[in-house]
Write a protein that binds this ligand. Sequence first.
Ligand SMILES: [Zn+2]
Length: 108
Amino acid sequence: MPLIEYRTKEQQKKFYRSPGWIAKTKEIKHRDNYECQECKRQGKVYTDKHDPDKHKRLDVDHIKELEDYPELALDDDNLETLCVRCHNKKHNRFKHQYKKHKWDDEWW
Ligand SMILES: [Zn+2]
């Protein structure tokens, strides 16, 4: 069986729109109690349970990137619920803004 690959944006987009993935995200959010797992690790709780825009602010993240580990795309152990903020941070979308912030001090 050939390995499915998610190398291109187009392939990834297709994956994220697939019914299999959408069903899986519901399962994972439910498993994680609709809480951001990264916030939880930091001792905070982020849940959008009471958000009128229900569940819009939680994403399901691939711990090991979809691109690098396509075989783990739907593996429960490779998936966790993250809030949009942690998700963006993880993928360094705000790298430059965060870089000079004081919490970098912890490393020194
Ligand atoms: Zn979070």
